[in-house]
Design a protein around this ligand. Sequence first.
Ligand SMILES: [Zn+2]
Length: 429
Amino acid sequence: MSRKEMELAGAKVARAAGSGASVPVEYCQVCGHAPLVKVLSLGYMPPVNQMVAIGEVPRQQPWFPTDLLHCAKCELVQLGLAVDPVIIFPPEYPYTSGTTKLLRDNFADLHRESAAMLGLGADDLVIDLGSNDGTLLSNFKNGGHRVLGIEPTEVGKIADGRGIPTLMRYFTPEVAAEVKREHGPARVVTAANCFAHIEDVHSIVQGILDLLAPDGVFISESHYLIGLLDRLQYDTIYHEHLRYYSLTSLANLLSLHGLEVFHARAIPTHGGSIRVYAARKGARPVYDSVAKVLAAEPRGEAMLARLKRFRNDVMLSKLRLLAMIRELKEQGARICGISAPSRASTLVNYLGLDEAIIDYVCEIAGSLKIGKCMPGTSIPVVEESRLFSDQPDCAVIFSWHIADEVAPKLRAKGYRGKLVTPLPVPREL
Ligand SMILES: [Zn+2]
């Protein structure tokens, strides 16, 4: 695809940014192909990070259709609606990556693996896009490298306070050019769990390409479509996540910009992600891992059949979980939720849970979500200590993807009720 063709494909795609609202995705966000095939609908959902304070009078809130579409041409699975970032990424965006041990461990591993593989030196600049609270970059900083974070939300201030220089801007080709003038080319650009979030993906990749030194490497970590399908993680489908990458679709996107994937591997974050290394075509030897991952991914008709099975499994999962909850409520049980990650909003709203069913949701002390209500509901989010004094009969772990980390802690702190994981199969631990 030439730059001209890409611009033409890009021009067909309506932009939500700046609209103050949302636009349907009618052409593939990557290759411009139409029509896209609808493979799943979760109904209408509220923005996952707009949380109303407990006790506030309920007001009008936007709800957005939540459908998944498949592109037959480049294999991209994508959301059927793009919502203006000002709506889904409010400045008070309450997500911080440093609070999850699994994420902290993963970023330490990313530093070890990439520093060894690329032979990173002291002068090498590492830039993280969507750098959040600086957790990823702190590893590179401690490793002695130059670092710069780019983070549009208020969370960037936390990173700055921890000594991670952070530019609080949305990443655009203009910002890329500015950063390069000021700091020089980057040896590594990372994008962890934000590469699926940004609407104009081609200008982002172009910006990354402009930032990278000739031997520079782009490392992305994205929630992995195949893992999402295999573990029934439909709860990770929400409007921040515009695209759900397989390695096939991600490699197709990067190759449009002359970037070649040279290493890929599965990592455990967010319930199953993929770490992908790319460089300018021919700049690095390509590892066997790439062909191996690609060979295991379904394509075309096989992918459509896989997505159809997923749709049926999602529906059955909802009915089974509701059956389990109904049985508990018939016995008079009190039920609470454990943790309020963004994905919990999809689960709660897709199932239609409300404050009559779930008394409250617990977050660990310090969470910015405490004192607010679960999106789209009046279910209050409270500090975790309430669980131990209150001892409700059952606790549903909404952060079920890290249940192994969460459940033993709750037991050690004295919770005696039932612990339930809602997905992939509703199960008492
Ligand atoms: Zn496409």
